[in-house]
Design a protein around this ligand. Structure first.
Ligand code: C2O
Ligand code: CU
Ligand code: CU
Length: 498
C-alpha cells in the first residue's frame, strides 16, 4: 500500500538511506498517528535581549487545509515558528537537520553578518547533523517583516517548496507608532503546494523547472481560505510574506483599498494607498485596512498574473510534449495562467469601535548618497545541449568558487538590473545583507522611496537600484528569487571588502 516515491519529495537526495527511512516513517505515521496540526504556528520571542530556540527541519505529516500532506517542516509546522526579536538582541538557534539531504538557514532581509555561523549561505549542514547559529541584530536595525528559509545551493527550490519557511519579525519604531499599534495585527504567510493523491509533494517536470515550480494548493498560514476579522471603524495591519518558491500573488481585498505602510526592509515615510499589491517570491509588504464598511464578508483575492511574458509558449522554442514538458502537470499550475481570481482568505466584520485614524507619518526613508560605482547585471536564460536549462547573470551561471562582484565596504553603488531574458520571463532580484532602494524603472524615477531586498524585474525591464554596503564585510550572494532559477544558476557571489 505504501509506495516509496523518493523522487517525489527529495529529487536530489533520492539515493540516500535517509530518504527511505523517512518515507517509511511517514508511512507508519500515515497509518496510526495522524492528528491535525496546531492552528497557527508557534512563536518564539526574545527575552532580556536573547532569542534562543531549537529548530529542527524534518519530513513530517502536516495538515494543510483539509489535506493530509507530507511536507518539509520546521519543528513540525508549516509555516515554521514565528520568531520575534528586537534591535540589539542576540539570536541563538540550535538547528538540527533531520532531512535526508544537506540544508542550512538563511535570514532573508536581516542586516547581519554573512560570516561565521550567521547569515552564511555557504554553510552546509549534512543530514542528522546540528549547528548552532548565533548573531546579533544591530541596535539600529529597522523593524520589518523578515523571514528564514533554507539556502543550500541546488536544494533551495525543493526545500522551500516543501514548506520550509518561517517569519522573522524585528520589532521597533514602526510598531510604536500609535495608529499602527492600535491596529489588529495579522501575519499572512503565502505558500503553495503541488501534492499527489497521497499528499506527497510532486516532483517538478521540466516546464515547472523552467517557470519555477508552483502548486495548485494555495495556503495562508498553512490554511485554505482562513477567516480574518475586522471591527467596523477599526484598523487591521496585514503583514504579508510571499514564501512560495515561484508563485506570484496579485493581492486585492474586495471593497477595501490597501494602505501600504512597509515594504521588505522597513516602513515607508507615509502610507501609500493602493488598490492591489503584487508580491513576487521573497517579497513582503505591510498594509493597513480600514474597517470602513459596517458588516459583511469580503474576499482577499489573488488576481491572475502572467509572469512569463508572451514569448514562452509562442516562440516555437518549447513545444508541448517535448521531452515530458507537459507530462504530469495536473497539480502544477505554471505562471498563474489561471484566468480567474483565487480566494486566499475571507475578511468578516465582527463588532465595531469608534473610528481609528490612519497614521499620517511613518518613518523617514533617507535618501542614499550618489553612487561610487554603477554596474550592469543582465538576466538571461538559455537552453543548452540536451535541453539543459541555465539561468544566468551576465551570461554566467553560478559558480561557488568565483567572486562575481567585489564591492568596498562603506560605499554605495547603483546596479542596473536588465532583464534580457529571451522568453521575457519575470525575475525577482534579491540581494542578501543590505537593503536597497529602487531609483528608476525603465528610466522613470520611482514615485516614493522604500527599502527593498527583493524586487521584480519584469521581462524587458531595466531597474536601477541603489545599494549601501554597510557594517558587514564578507562573501554573500544575490540571485533570482524564483528558486528554481537560483538553483539552475541565476545567482552570483558578492564580496564586500573592508
Ligand atoms: Cu530568500 Cu537568498 O533568499
Ligand atoms: Cu535572502
Ligand atoms: Cu528568475
Amino acid at each position: 500500500m505504501l509506495k516509496i516515491r523518493r523522487r517525489q519529495f527529495l529529487a536530489l537526495g533520492a539515493g540516500s538511506a535517509g530518504a527511505v527511512i523517512l518515507t517509511e516513517l511517514a508511512g507508519k505515521l500515515n497509518q496510526n498517528l495522524l492528528q491535525p496540526a496546531l492552528a497557527g504556528s508557534q512563536q518564539h520571542k526574545s527575552q532580556d535581549g536573547l532569542l534562543e530556540l531549537d529548530l529542527e527541519a524534518g519530513y513530517r505529516p502536516v495538515r494543510v487545509g483539509n489535506t493530509q500532506a507530507y511536507l518539509l517542516s520546521y519543528n513540525g509546522q508549516v509555516p515554521g515558528p514565528r520568531l520575534e526579536a528586537n534591535p540589539g538582541d542576540t539570536v541563538r538557534i540550535h538547528f538540527t537537520n533531520n532531512l535526508s539531504e544537506p540544508t542550512n538557514l538563511h535570514y532573508h532581509g536581516l542586516h547581519i553578518t554573512p560570516q561565521g555561523n550567521a547569515d552564511n549561505v555557504f554553510l552546509s549542514i549534512p543530514p542528522k547533523e546540528r549547528l548552532t547559529y548565533e548573531f546579533t541584530i544591530p541596535p539600529n536595525h529597522p523593524a520589518a517583516t523578515f523571514w528564514y528559509h533554507p539556502h543550500h545551493h541546488g536544494f533551495v527550490a525543493e526545500q522551500v517548496f516543501g514548506g520550509l519557511a518561517g517569519l522573522f519579525i524585528v520589532r521597533g519604531k514602526l510598531d510604536e507608532i500609535p495608529e499602527v499599534k492600535a491596529a489588529q495585527e495579522e501575519f499572512l504567510v503565502l505558500q503553495d503546494f503541488a501534492l499527489d493523491a497521497n499528499g506527497r509533494i510532486l516532483a517538478p517536470n521540466n516546464m515547472a523547472l523552467m517557470m519555477g515550480r508552483e502548486g495548485k494548493l494555495v495556503t495562508v498560514n498553512g490554511q485554505v481560505n482562513p477567516n480574518l476579522s475586522i471591527l467596523a471603524g477599526g484598523l487591521l495591519r496585514l503583514r504579508f510574506l510571499n514564501a512560495s518558491a515561484s508563485r506570484f500573488y496579485r493581492l486585492k481585498l474586495e471593497a477595501h483599498p490597501l494602505h501600504l505602510i512597509a515594504t521588505d526592509g522597513g516602513a515607508l515615510a507615509e502610507p501609500v494607498e493602493v488598490s492591489e499589491l503584487l508580491l513576487a517570491p521573497g517579497e513582503r509588504a505591510e498594509v493597513l485596512v480600514r474597517g470602513e464598511r459596517d458588516s459583511g464578508q469580503y474576499r482577499l483575492l489573488n488576481l491572475p498574473y502572467n509572469r512569463s511574458g508572451t514569448g514562452l509558449m509562442g516562440n516555437g522554442r518549447i513545444k508541448p510534449g517535448m521531452n515530458g514538458m507537459t507530462g504530469g502537470m495536473s497539480n502544477h499550475d505554471m505562471g498563474n495562467q489561471s484566468q480567474s481570481p483565487q480566494v486566499l482568505a475571507t475578511l468578516t466584520y465582527r463588532g465595531s469601535i469608534s473610528r481609528l485614524a490612519l497614521p499620517k507619518q511613518l518613518i523617514p526613508v533617507t535618501a542614499l548618497p550618489e553612487p561610487a560605482v554603477v554596474r550592469r547585471l543582465e538576466f538571461s536564460m538559455a537552453m543548452g545541449a540536451g535541453r539543459k536549462m541555465t539561468f544566468m547573470f551576465n551570461n554566467k551561471t553560478f559558480d561557488a568558487k568565483r567572486v562575481d562582484t567585489g564591492v568596498k565596504l562603506g560605499t554605495t553603488e547603483d546596479w542596473d538590473l536588465v532583464n534580457v531574458d529571451p522568453d521575457r520571463m519575470d525575475h525577482p532580484f534579491h540581494i542578501h545583507v543590505n537593503s536597497f532602494q529602487v531609483v528608476a524603472r525603465n528610466g522613470q524615477p520611482e514615485p516614493y522611496r522604500a527599502w527593498k531586498d527583493t524586487v521584480l524585474v519584469q521581462g524587458g525591464e531595466t531597474l536601477r537600484i541603489r545599494i549601501p554596503f554597510r557594517d558587514f564585510s564578507g562573501k554573500t550572494v544575490y540571485h533570482c528569487h524564483i528558486l528554481d532559477h537560483e538553483d539552475l544558476g541565476m545567482m552570483g557571489i558578492l564580496e564586500i571588502r573592508a
